[in-house]
Write a protein that binds this ligand. Structure first.
Ligand code: C2O
Ligand code: CU
Length: 504
């Protein structure tokens, strides 16, 4: 606002100098102009700094208000009620029958793929006596579960890798009810692909009200012609693209998972994507299903199921009632992500109907809106990209590493979150590939895509960042420690796309 008079004054002065035809030396004119220009620049600079001060102030108060808005969304701590579910878990090579009459060699937890479905009640403590009988070192990570840092299963960050023949006790009290899963965090592109994954459900009072509560563990495998897991892992081809996409899809370890339901039944289906790299867009054809939880956490308000992608790591819980008139019909859970329709599983309806259990959707009204998230600056930007690996051949095919801020893990760009405060992170995808970014130990909300504010009515622990897209996430970290933040396309993570953040 002050610029116009200033500029105008300068203009008038120069004009009057010429107009008056004063016999002024060129030198005088030039020094005068320099003086005036200097004054203008100084004034503009002063003004700018002043503005920056003001915006920092308002962003400070916006941050405080945003952190305030988060209060009550979920608890910092949980009181263990004293119930301990203790179980033994062994990771070892075994065989499963995916194809009729064919034994497929896998690595599994307790001999089964998926591994045991662990169910505890909120407030219960899980104690897992784990033995590694694999030919490689391993760990177990409990994806999405807010555990004490030492229980997070990340080698070199939270624990030493568990050597073949060794044991380790994982013990924690989950802080949130919901749908979670577990998998190794060592050579995960190989170990998860070979069959090491399982689910952890933390039940609450609502869980038992449904007619049926069922997991749908969606996985894809790359099998060879003998129906064995293709043992070429982290191929240059997979690394250059969106990781290892398989040629066989299973739900709950089956090619043709069928769920028997009755007309009138109210179902809770918990979808989990345990695939190394494949993204799904699941749709329940012909049924009106609502999303009640994402990545374990209840939504602020339910929304129609069918448009939310299920990236590697993601979970979606849906609430669906089988219509009374649907006797003898069937409904398919399909995937539409890659174009076309691929049937994942089928609901087959019998004829003997039941009364539909009536209760309100289990939502969390305290999920913050964070509409003012745009008012605060980005605390940390993570640029996602790839580069040719140093010392490898000339072509990209000879070796590629995936980077975050030009660093490939175990090298990383360290960053600390402010505990209990509002933090904003930006993922900028500088590559032309998919990156489902997963943050351990915290839940976050997506607050902008490509700089445009969005208001997803739910938390997440994994978000898909599409080619050339930028995604802003916000969180109020409550759980202290060192947590990894990585792409859940396991080949990308293995090739360096991982970093560490610390909550102090
Ligand atoms: Cu399922 Cu480090 O992740
Ligand atoms: Cu990636």
């Amino acid at each position: 606002m002050h610029y116009t008079p200033w500029g105008y004054n300068v203009f008038i002065m120069i004009k009057s100098i010429y107009m008056s035809k004063l016999q002024t030396s060129k030198l005088f004119l030039v020094s005068l102009l320099i003086l005036i220009a200097g004054a203008v620049v100084a004034f503009m600079f002063y003004n700018q700094v002043g503005q920056a001060d003001i915006s920092t102030d308002s962003s400070k108060s916006a941050r405080i208000a945003l952190a305030e808005e988060f209060k009550g969304a979920y608890d910092a701590e949980i009181e263990a009620l004293g119930n301990v579910l203790e179980m033994d878990m062994v990771a070892a090579p075994s065989e499963v029958e995916i194809f009729n009459g064919v034994k497929t060699k896998v690595w599994s937890y307790n001999g089964q793929v998926p591994g045991p479905e662990i169910r505890v009640k909120l407030g219960d403590t899980l104690k897992l006596n784990f033995t590694n009988n694999l030919p490689q070192e391993t760990t177990i990570h409990f994806h999405g579960v807010r555990v004490p840092n030492a229980m997070d299963g990340v080698p070199g960050v939270t624990q030493d890798p568990i050597q073949p023949g060794e044991t380790f006790v994982y013990e924690f009290t989950p802080k949130d009810s919901g749908t979670y899963w577990y998998h190794p965090h060592v050579r995960s592109s190989e170990q998860v692909e070979r069959g090491l994954f399982g689910t952890l459900v933390v039940e609450d009072d609502i869980s038992t009200k449904y007619s049926q509560d069922k997991l749908m563990v969606i996985d894809d495998w790359r099998m060879d012609t003998d129906k064995q897991v293709d043992n070429q892992f982290n191929t240059p081809m997979d690394l250059m693209h969106d990781g290892r996409w398989g040629n066989v899809m299973t739900v709950n370890g089956k090619l043709d998972e069928v769920m028997q339901v009755r007309p009138g039944e109210r179902l809770r289906l918990r979808l989990v994507n345990t695939s190394n790299a494949r993204v799904y867009n699941p749709v329940l054809k012909g049924l009106d299903a609502k999303v009640i939880a994402v990545d374990g956490m209840y939504v602020k308000e339910v929304f129609d199921f069918g448009s939310l992608e299920l990236s590697p790591g993601n979970r979606i819980d849906i609430d669906v009632t089988v219509p009374k008139g649907a006797a003898e019909q069937s409904f398919d859970l399909i995937d539409t992500f890659s174009g076309g329709e691929v049937t994942l599983a089928r609901l087959v309806v019998s004829s003997d109907f039941v009364e539909t259990p009536e209760f309100a959707y289990p939502i969390n009204p305290n999920v913050p809106e964070w509409v003012n998230a745009a008012m605060v600056s980005v605390d940390k930007e993570y640029r996602l990209n790839a580069r040719r690996k140093a010392g490898s051949g000339m072509g990209m095919m000879d070796g590629i590493e995936w980077t975050i801020n030009d660093k490939a893990y175990p090298d990383y760009d360290p960053f600390s979150f402010k505990h209990g405060e509002f933090n904003k992170i930006r993922f900028t995808n500088e590559s032309s590939r998919l990156h489902p970014m997963h943050l351990h130990g915290q839940f976050f909300k997506v607050v902008a895509r490509n700089g445009k504010p969005v208001n997803e009515p739910h938390f997440r622990d994994t978000v898909l960042v599409r080619p050339s897209e930028s995604v802003d996430i916000a969180l109020v970290p409550l759980d202290k420690g060192k947590w990894v933040n990585h792409c859940h396309i396991l080949e990308h993570a293995e090739a360096g796309m991982m970093t560490v953040v610390e909550v102090k």
